[in-house]
Design a protein around this ligand. Structure first.
Ligand code: MOS
Length: 737
């Protein structure tokens, strides 16, 4: 029985955060600090023909100006763990607007910023490729997707026979725009060299991967690089890899032999740390009259940078979502003059499921079938890609419970049939899914003879609640109160943990913490039952429970003793144990995914075309939920982002110059309080014995999936207008079909 796991525990770091005690990267006090400012290319393609920095170098307070003309030697980073592979400051070539062409270091930030205004650059300008259609003309079929981990082309059955069996066909193209990450904390690096030893305070989602990458770049052993990331104000993928500004800051600190701090501006966030690539998705759905899919074809067209291959993996969910025997999914990729795209919350699933779930909605109207019923008729009882059983799946319950809470049965299925004054009302739904992965992780647990517990793992907390849920897992296993547990993370000096990404931290690190805590408590247990001075002498391990900081006899809980008693009697100051998440289960025999169903009500202003989301219900089956409150917050955050994706977000590049025109939060719109209705989130209780020892499947990215599709479907239901191009802005609705 769980005492603290699953409970809506307040964040253990909440007080630190609201009192300003939580020090984010740029808050770290460092003596003798200097400030870095980047010099960026103002053109998108061409060459630097003249770079004049004399006035910059002699400006007040300037300590260094590093450009391709005077850059010291260092090794170049590769794509993954680097965000991109373009060599940094190695020649005069320009591939995108915002490319870093130098760094200025000065005594103060203002001096560095002023000095940057004195740099004079002349260019030989070439016409950049910006337009996706133009890029695709020169495009090609990539072999692999997802950092080379998956084949680009997936297929099963025979699509020609799938087409001939189809009595109803939906063939449509859906598109999503370029989108940028906007964590509230922009990326920043603070580099401190002491002789050949480097301490890097960095806004990274992966201290270990950053350590390994930076050690290679600067040709020093990893042990001499310490990376620290204690608090993050969001990451969402743009802090997953090592981007050029981190390398430049580290290089500059070595050059001036003083600590350097560099924080990206909001505008620089749009060109320095990746983005979600725009997509064009061709969907063909074929079905029999009774609503059984006979054909699923999904071709994703997208773009990447001139130098790396990162196709937004839009077809991944299509491959496994529905039980269709004939499937073909593939990619077509072009190159534009922009930096390399990167992971952004639910990479692939977020835009891919917008397209698939819009197409499913279109099919439901073509068949005159309820959209939920259509999905139920094509429910994948096993993973259609592999034939493997699911480790757990509650999608049917998600549909059912969501429909009930939302009041789906009150929906008149006819489009444009519901209204309230000048508002057309629409109800829409969509499915959600995300893989339940995990990566190798370790953790260390120390039980002190004071009764205090220290848990350590070099993982990260993006703001999602890692500190809190790991504290809960340790407290649960050890049978102590939360206050007794301190959880340390975000430091390469701690035991090794993976990148925080792909919704895997609760699963990977949580399982390692659980294992380490079990191992620590078993060591103490062993000491007690083998000690004739213990009241638990000769007890069997399975007869002992752990509660209130004590080991107790299950049959008679008045008999027992505390961790403190046992350690003190053995004159031990503490006892340590390490654990990892290596599992003995044959996991590959199960397909592991979280699932969910999203229901949305919209009101569309008949005259202005403005869409308001007025209600939202999300029901999810995501394995064991470690903390009801932080989990709900995660889902609300992702659904809110889904509203932005559906109705607002859109990075605009000037087609002529390749400049991002809306690189700030007043022009790049994201939802604010008034754009977000009451969001109801529920989790279906799931016990998944196969996914990992903790039974968690991950929720962070699942939360955004399906939301844009549900909103687009609700807009169609409200208006009878199918908008297949995100975001759904008033101009598109007023223009009509
Ligand atoms: Mo996430 S997009 O894997 O940080």
């Amino acid at each position: 029985m769980n005492k603290v796991i699953g409970k809506p525990i307040n964040r253990v770091d909440g007080k630190l955060k609201v009192t300003g005690g939580a020090r984010y990267t740029t808050d770290i006090p460092i003596e003798n600090l200097t400030y870095g400012v980047l010099i960026e290319s103002t053109i998108a393609k061409g060459k630097i023909t003249k770079l004049e920095t004399t006035a910059t170098e002699t400006a007040p307070g300037v300590l260094a100006v590093i450009t391709h003309l005077n850059v010291p030697k260092f090794n170049q980073i590769t794509f993954f763990p680097g965000g991109q592979s373009l060599p940094i400051l190695q020649d005069e070539n320009i591939y995108y607007q915002g490319q870093h062409i130098g760094i200025i270091v000065a005594e103060t930030l203002e001096q560095a910023q002023y000095a940057a205004t004195l740099v004079k650059v002349e260019y030989q300008i070439e016409q950049p490729t910006i337009d996706i259609d133009e890029a695709l003309k020169q495009g090609y079929k990539p072999e692999r997707i997802f950092l080379g981990m998956l084949p680009a082309h997936s297929f099963r059955g025979d699509i020609n026979s799938g087409r001939s069996q189809a009595e109803v066909l939906v063939e449509q193209t859906y598109s999503t725009p370029m989108e940028n990450h906007n964590p509230i904390e922009p990326s920043a690096t603070l580099a401190v060299w002491e002789d050949d030893h480097l301490t890097l305070y960095d806004t990274t989602q992966g201290v270990s991967s950053t350590q390994a990458a930076i050690a290679k770049v600067f040709d020093i052993p990893p042990e001499k690089v310490r990376v620290i990331s204690k608090f993050l104000g969001g990451g969402f993928g743009c802090k997953a890899f090592v981007w050029p500004h981190t390398i430049l800051t580290t290089l500059a600190a070595r050059y001036v032999q003083r600590p350097v701090k560099l924080a990206l501006t909001r505008a620089q966030m749009y060109t320095s740390v990746g983005y979600r690539a725009p997509t064009r998705q061709h969907l063909t759905l074929g079905a029999t009259k009774d609503g059984k899919l006979t054909l699923l074809q999904h071709i994703g067209e997208t773009i990447t940078s001139p130098f790396d291959e990162f196709p937004e993996p839009v077809t991944m969910a299509t491959n496994m979502m529905y039980g269709c025997p004939n499937l073909d999914t593939n990619y077509h990729l072009g190159r534009i003059n922009a930096g390399t795209p990167t992971f952004m919350r639910a990479p692939g699933e977020a835009p891919g499921m917008f397209a698939l779930e819009s197409a499913m909605d279109e099919l439901s109207y073509a068949l005159e079938l309820d959209p939920i019923e259509l999905r139920l008729r094509n429910h994948a009882d096993v993973d259609p890609a592999t034939g493997n059983p699911w480790s757990s799946k509650s999608l049917k319950e998600c549909y059912q419970r969501g429909a009930e809470i939302f009041g789906w049965k009150h929906r008149n299925p006819k489009p444009a049939s519901m209204s309230n004054g000048d508002s057309l009302i629409g109800l829409g739904m969509a499915s959600a899914t995300f893989p339940a992965n995990s990566f190798p992780a370790t953790a260390k647990v120390t039980i002190y003879n004071s009764g205090e517990i220290l848990v350590e793992s070099g993982t990260q907390d993006l703001g999602t609640g890692t500190y809190t849920v790991m504290t809960q897992v340790a407290a649960e296993v050890l049978g102590v109160s939360l206050e007794k547990v301190e959880f340390k993370l975000g430091d390469t000096n701690l035991s090794k943990a993976p990148l925080t990404g792909n919704s895997t931290t609760a699963s990977s690190v949580g399982t390692a913490v659980q294992a380490a805590a079990m191992s620590a408590r078993n060591k103490v247990l062993e000491m007690a039952i083998s000690d004739s001075d213990s009241p638990l002498y000769q007890a069997k391990p399975e007869e002992i429970i752990f509660d209130s900081g004590k080991l107790l006899w299950q049959n008679n809980p008045t008999v027992g003793e505390s961790y403190r008693d046992i350690l003190s009697r053995h004159s031990l100051e503490n006892i340590e144990a390490v654990g990892n998440n290596a599992s003995k289960q044959k996991q590959q025999e199960y397909a592991k995914h979280s699932f969910g169903a999203v229901f949305v009500e919209v009101q569309v202003d008949r005259l202005l075309g403005e869409v308001r989301v007025t209600r939202c219900v999300g029901v999810y089956g995501a394995g064991r939920i470690l903390n009801a409150k932080t989990a709900r917050s995660q889902m609300i955050g992702g659904i809110t982002w889904g509203i932005g994706m559906a109705l607002m977000e859109h990075t605009v590049m000037s087609p002529q110059y390749g400049r991002i025109l809306n690189h700030n939060l007043s022009d790049y719109l994201i939802p604010v309080q008034l754009d977000v209705p009451d969001i109801q989130v529920q989790f279906v209780e799931e016990e998944d014995p196969y996914v990992n020892a903790l039974g968690t499947k991950g929720i962070g990215e699942l939360s955004i999936v399906g939301v844009a599709g549900a909103i687009a479907n609700a807009v169609y239901h409200a208006t009878g207008k199918r908008i297949r191009d995100l975001p759904i802005t008033p101009d598109k609705l007023l223009k009509g079909e």
